[in-house]
Design a protein around this ligand. Structure first.
Ligand SMILES: NC(=O)c1ccc[n+]([C@@H]2O[C@H](COP(=O)([O-])OP(=O)(O)OC[C@H]3O[C@@H](n4cnc5c(N)ncnc54)[C@H](OP(=O)(O)O)[C@@H]3O)[C@@H](O)[C@H]2O)c1
Length: 287
């Protein structure tokens, strides 16, 4: 399956209008991604925020229609991205649900811990019909177009709508469809993961400083090493153990470093970090 940005993103959205309700950090990243990937044009995107000042700023900087009226923003949209904080997702959806039925709009929620069933029920309460909903879990590198998003579809989403949802998120990085039961695990790995990797980068750089490098140089070496190693895994599609072995010459320096990592419990620590974060994601979702 194609999981990364390609030219096929361009022109995939054939509908009239995409609404982003709650255009904050993630919403703005999506607008910028959609525009730069050619997924949608400025005239097709309409967004809402809480404050008029932010709406004005978004209008000025991106040239899109931006306001504070969620219902008007959602009106006539084929796709509505719900990007408010999780505590507001259901009330805001309830507020604008009436606008969704006419075009049978698809709602894509990025709100952590809000299930497709909760979203479907919120729409059903207001319209009497099941809504087409998709739940997406992006991560912060989406802000620079290097995100990893996993998406789970609800019961009424067509194959064509699921592809539109996935391609929307391809405009801010990689995107995969998963079953909803895996979203807590996804949260523990790719949504919390950037924080784990920042700690790895910080520690690698600290090691560089310890052996005499300037902090600035050490940080650049560490960060680009992580970028390069990640890209090697994705682009060569080799198992990381094989790539590791290729760096590790007999009686060389890398094997000594690896021994330290094994003694320090790096593998177990990372496995436990992902597991604990995934369990916590389930607790926040009330499971
Ligand atoms: N940031 C991430 O990396 C990330 C990753 C995965 C999932 N998510 C999810 O993405 C969602 C948004 O997170 P974020 O980091 O983008 O938050 P954010 O930057 O705080 O953005 C939230 C936006 O919602 C707007 N808003 C608040 N109340 C509203 C209302 N009643 N109607 C319409 N808009 C309203 C805010 O407007 P003002 O700016 O005017 O206050 C703001 O623009 C959350 O549900 C979070 O779980 C985020």
């Amino acid at each position: 399956m194609q999981t990364q940005k390609t030219d096929t993103t361009r022109g995939l959205f054939s509908g009239n209008k995409i609404a982003i309700v709650g255009c904050g950090t993630i919403g703005e990243a999506l607008v910028r991604g959609m525009l730069s990937a050619g997924f949608a044009k400025t005239a097709q995107i309409q967004v809402s925020t809480r404050s008029p000042e932010r709406a004005q700023m978004l209008h000025r900087s991106l040239g899109i229609v931006a306001g504070t009226d969620n219902r008007r923003t959602a009106e006539g949209a084929d796709v509505v991205v719900l990007a408010v904080k999780p505590s507001l997702a259901l009330p805001v959806l309830d507020e604008m649900a009436g606008e969704l039925s006419a075009r049978q709009a698809m709602v894509i929620s990025v709100a952590a811990a809000i299930t497709t069933l909760q979203l479907e029920q919120a729409i059903e309460r207001r319209t009497g019909a099941f809504g087409a909903v998709v739940r997406a879990m992006p991560n912060t590198p989406a802000l620079i177009g290097k995100g990893m998003t996993a998406l789970a579809q609800g019961r009424k989403v067509s194959a064509a709508q699921a592809e539109i949802a996935r391609h929307l998120f391809l405009s801010i990085g990689r995107a995969v469809m998963v079953e909803e039961r895996y979203l807590d695990a996804v949260t523990g790995l790719s949504a919390s993961g950037p924080a784990f990797i920042y700690m790895v980068i910080e520690s690698l750089a600290e090691g560089g400083v310890r052996v005499g490098l300037s902090r600035e140089l050490a940080l650049e070496l560490a960060a680009q090493t992580v970028v390069g190693a990640g890209s090697m895994v994705l682009e060569t599609q080799e198992h990381p153990a094989k790539l590791k072995d290729a760096v590790t010459t007999p009686a060389g320096c890398t094997v000594d470093g690896l021994l330290e990592l094994e003694e320090g419990g790096l593998r177990v620590a990372l496995i436990k970090a992902v597991s604990r974060a995934a369990i916590r994601a389930g607790q926040l979702a009330g499971r």
